[in-house]
Design a protein around this ligand. Structure first.
Ligand code: NG6
Ligand code: CA
Length: 533
């Protein structure tokens, strides 16, 4: 009798424990918010030592979390960088995934590119789903949609984030300087009037020629876009400095041709607040489940159109205004997490997709206003380049429950996010990791300060570099050395001879020491050759 009673009590206690763990099981899984800021430079944030632009919200994140000094994006441009972040695979390896689009050799996806991530590939949201996560993407996508040539903008958008693991999607299809200038929510263009269908071409003008940019008839530059300057057909509110000379939408000439969809056009000065609102809605709706939000802000990317709350507010002109706007957005997210009492067990990562650029194709005043501010900090060049400014990016992680405030000098690559997040949520089956992704849970949580042995990065021409133990090797390339479409002109780092730099004493990559250190050069060449196999 006594034995039976003991068994009964044990059963009751055990089932109580099981029930309890079921109830709290989900609550214990951390929520994950990855904020991918477009074109944010290593030198753009005060927590990284810059005093030119106030970024109190990002600084708060850094003050409560762990700030990485040696973190890398895998590419110095958007599409390949984001591809790696979501798939754990270097984009330069791609063969199959490009087959869905017609842009095999182009690194920056046009606005009518087909979905670049193959639907059979492993992705961060797919791995997290195995652990019960609900995933959402809000913001700039730039990884293609639909089959080659783009989706049916007027019907169901097939081959979208929803087909690679996301449960919710509210996106700008490519960039704000590429048509179509509409948001896509799940499988439909938002606010589309069927009587005014969207047509898109990246080959030739279509439809109404008064909407096509013509430098001979357009008025002078109006640097700051204001809501009062509403959409005036055919008039230019912001002049291009390079390219960006096709369809004028909301007074801003863009890349690509587009007609129709007038009721669906986004308002440029409201893109940031729209994204913030949608991100918050996603958090609100899913606050009771473990969620993953990939939140890709656009503010710093051209065309820069700060809302009037930020226009003219920084000391360094429009370039600083859009950083302040980005910081406000981050603040909105952090505030909501606080209000929902989710802060303690939510991992918030803030990083950038590639290095910074001052004039990226518009006379928006950034070049004139920026004064002594150095967007790449102490590093050489920025967006597009193989030099450090191209891919060494801010990376901050906050997770109050597990991570103590501090700084880490460990090398970390965004390609490792997939495996590391998998590990963090207890999904240790490495079949689920992308082929280039390695798990660095203890590094990201600040328990170890030795991360990757080396990282591999690419510039806009797919020229590869290896960074290891304070050394940097850039492989030889016959591609053009300069990108003339930025101001100042960008040195892409393409040279016909190998380059080797000792970053420890030459962070500026001024002295190519390839001849002086043949053994080191060989070692780095072999690492790259091995990676390429
Ligand atoms: C370039 C555009 C630039 C920007 C970039 C993509 C011109 C002259 N330049 O081709 O403005 O859109 O592509 O940036 O058109 S990224 O951050 O999305 O990679
Ligand atoms: Ca970018």
């Amino acid at each position: 009798m006594k034995g039976r009673f003991t068994i009964l009590v044990s059963v009751i206690i055990c089932s109580g424990l099981i029930l309890n763990s079921c109830r709290t099981g989900h609550a214990q899984m951390p929520n994950i918010v990855v904020i991918c800021v477009d074109d944010l430079g290593y030198g753009d944030l005060s927590c990284y030592g810059d005093a030119d632009v106030p970024t109190p919200n990002v600084d708060k994140l850094a003050n409560e979390g762990l700030l990485f000094t040696d973190a890398y994006a895998t590419a110095s441009i958007c599409t390949p960088s984001r591809y790696s972040l979501l798939t754990g695979r270097y984009h330069w390896r791609s063969t199959t995934s490009w087959s869905v689009g017609k842009i095999k050799d182009v690194s920056i996806a046009p606005g009518d590119a087909g979905l670049i991530i193959d639907t059979s590939m492993i992705t961060v949201p797919k791995v997290l789903k195995k652990k019960g996560y609900v995933s959402g993407v809000v913001g700039k996508w730039h990884l293609g949609l639909g089959p080659a040539g783009g989706p049916d903008w007027n019907g169901e958008v097939d081959l979208s984030p929803l087909d690679i693991g996301f449960d919710y999607s509210f996106i700008m299809p490519a960039t704000a300087d590429r048509v179509p200038c509409v948001f896509v929510e799940n499988r439909h263009v938002v606010g589309l009037n069927p009587a005014d269908p969207i047509r898109v071409s990246y080959e030739k003008p279509i439809g109404d020629t008064s909407q096509i940019y013509n430098p001979d008839v357009t008025p002078d530059v109006i640097v700051t876009y204001t809501p009062e300057n509403e959409r005036r057909k055919g008039e230019v509110l912001m002049q291009p400095s390079f390219g960006h000379d096709q369809t004028i939408i909301n007074g801003i000439p863009r890349i690509g041709y587009m007609t129709g969809g007038q009721s669906a056009l986004w308002k440029d000065d409201e893109v940031a607040s729209t994204f913030a609102g949608k991100a918050i809605d996603f958090i609100d709706k899913n606050s009771k489940k473990p969620f993953f939000l990939y939140f890709a802000t656009h503010d710093l990317h051209v065309p820069r159109v700060p809302n009037k709350a930020f226009a003219g507010k920084s000391k360094i002109g429009i370039y600083g205004d859009v950083i302040m706007q980005m910081d406000w957005t981050v603040g909105q997210i952090l505030k909501r997490l606080d209000e929902l009492k989710l802060t303690e067990n939510t991992i918030v990562i803030l990083t950038s997709d590639n290095g910074p650029v001052i004039d990226d194709g518009y006379n928006d005043g950034a070049y004139e206003g920026i004064k002594a501010h150095r967007p790449s900090g102490k590093y050489r060049e920025g967006k597009y380049s193989a030099y450090e400014g191209g891919t060494r990016i801010p990376f901050i992680i906050r997770w109050p429950k597990e991570i103590k405030h501090g700084k880490s000098g460990a090398m970390f690559s965004q390609v490792d996010l997939l495996a590391t997040l998998s590990d963090i949520v207890g999904n240790r089956n490495t079949d689920n990791y992308g082929i280039d992704s390695r798990a660095f849970k203890e590094v990201l949580t600040g328990k170890k300060d030795r991360g990757r042995d080396y990282v591999v990065i690419q510039n806009m021409n797919k020229t590869l570099s290896v960074i290891k133990g304070g050394w940097k090797y850039i492989e030889p390339s016959d591609k053009p050395r300069l990108n003339q479409y930025t101001r100042p002109v960008t040195d892409l780092g393409n040279m016909e001879t190998p380059q080797l730099f000792n970053l420890s004493n030459d962070p500026d990559e001024e002295h190519n020491v390839a001849r002086e250190y043949p053994d080191k050069l060989k070692e780095m060449e072999l690492i790259l050759a091995d990676e390429k196999k």
